[in-house]
Design a protein around this ligand. Structure first.
Ligand code: EPS
Length: 389
């Protein structure tokens, strides 16, 4: 089973990701992982910590001469700001952060013992693990792409791939637009207003949240299962995204909007084109729309997977909210730590990694294999079975 774990504190020595169940025979280039780490550090609205850190990965195990061995892969990212033992105590918990619930749970008086692990710095390790998942998926031409949809209520008007034949439904094209954007957004006009919104929040000592979307292209039908509640792909993707720091909502396809429409408006009509049988991963079966976001009955259906996540504004505020000192129980304002004004672009990189890992996990579950060529043979066999339906 493909799995990963992370370890490490925000101002500890380093962050670690251990990936297990990764097949042998895949070339693992640190440059591919570092590129993603750099993207996670970027995006307009980030705070001063990102000027201190230069996240780079070291591969400590699981490869030889750059190739995966099938053994556990250990990745390390060093923290430049390794200061955990020197940092002052934090006794004025920030509303919205793990501080107060954490001190109660772990029997602490210093919320620093909580925030160090609760911090979104941990997501650097998730992005490293996700980069490996993308290398695995890349072997099968599956592409995963995350981008910003909304910041502080300002929406991107670009809606890719909702209808079959939409002009913006090519990962290559979408990636190139996204990578030219300071906010990793596909809509240049909305981006300007979003930047203004972030600047205004910064001036006001405030923070803003938003929404990002992740799409996965060329995912074969049949990943995930309805056979048990916890094997459904939609549920698994929701868990992967909801577990990212500051995420408060997840939608798939039309998401909450399905509740306002009739059945005939929501469900994606099925057509068959024999000419597509040999080139498509779904045999000749096609859909006229993709409101389901590529998942029906907890199983991928061969359409692009579309998921979105809503991120709350970061709880650390320059103009802090009311709180109470944990020691004196006196009213106080919350602690004001160094932080970001908006980390939605960074969250879109983390979301991309999280979705990539979960899809890779479901892929390995279905096709197995200790070496990638074994996985590949199993995959080919399955595609032939779908074609000959
Ligand atoms: C982060 C590092 C952190 C924060 C941020 C994310 O660094 P520091 O606390 O030293 O400024 O910038 O963490 C949070 C938003 C949070 O709530 O903990 C990073 O590497 O992404």
């Amino acid at each position: 089973m493909l799995e990963f774990r992370t370890a490490g504190e925000s101002h500890g020595k380093c962050l670690i990701a251990i990936i297990e169940g990764f097949p042998a025979g895949i070339l693992i280039e640190t440059s591919g992982i570092n590129k993603e780490l750099k993207r996670r550090q970027g995006g307009f609205g980030r705070g001063a910590r990102m000027q201190i850190e230069h996240d780079e990965v070291e591969i400590l195990s699981g490869t030889r001469k750059g190739m995966s061995l099938g053994s556990p892969i250990c990745l390390r990212i060093k923290n430049s700001d390794y200061s955990i033992d020197r940092l002052p105590a934090l006794t004025r918990p920030r509303p919205g952060h793990a501080d107060l619930a954490g001190v109660m749970k772990y029997n602490q008086v210093d919320a620093r013992n909580i925030l160090e692990r609760a911090s979104a710095r941990e997501t650097a390790a998730r992005v490293a693990a996700g980069a490996l998942a993308k290398m695995l998926l890349g072997f099968f031409s599956i592409e995963v792409l995350g981008y910003v949809k909304e910041i502080g209520g300002i929406k991107s008007r670009v809606i890719p791939c909702l209808k079959a034949g939409t002009s913006l439904c090519e990962p290559e094209k979408m990636r190139s637009i996204r990578d030219q954007s300071k906010l990793y957004c596909l809509d240049k006009t909305a981006e300007k207003d979003m930047i203004e919104k972030i600047n205004r929040a910064k001036k006001d000592g405030d923070s803003v949240g938003g929404v990002f979307e992740v799409m996965a292209f060329d995912v074969p039908p049949g990943l995930g299962s309805y056979s048990q509640w916890n094997t459904r792909l939609d549920g698994r993707l929701a868990q992967a995204l909801m577990s990212i720091q500051a995420i408060k909502g997840v939608e798939i396809g039309l998401g909450f909007a399905v509740s306002k429409k009739s059945g005939s408006e929501v469900h994606d009509e099925i057509v068959y084109d024999a000419a597509e049988t040999d080139i498509s991963i779904s045999g000749g079966f096609q859909r006229l729309t993709n409101n389901a976001g590529g998942i029906e009955g907890g199983i991928s259906n061969g359409q692009p997977i579309i998921v979105r996540a809503a991120m709350k504004p970061i709880p650390t505020l320059k103009k802090p909210l009311k709180s109470v000192d944990i020691v004196t129980k006196e009213p106080q304002i919350a602690a004001a730590e160094r932080s970001d004004v908006c980390a939605v672009p960074a969250a879109s990189v983390v979301g991309e990694a999280a979705v990539a890992f979960e899809i890779a996990r479901a892929f390995m579950e279905k096709f197995g294999g200790d070496h990638i060529l074994e996985t590949s043979r199993n995959y080919e066999g399955y595609l032939n079975q779908v074609k000959s339906m």
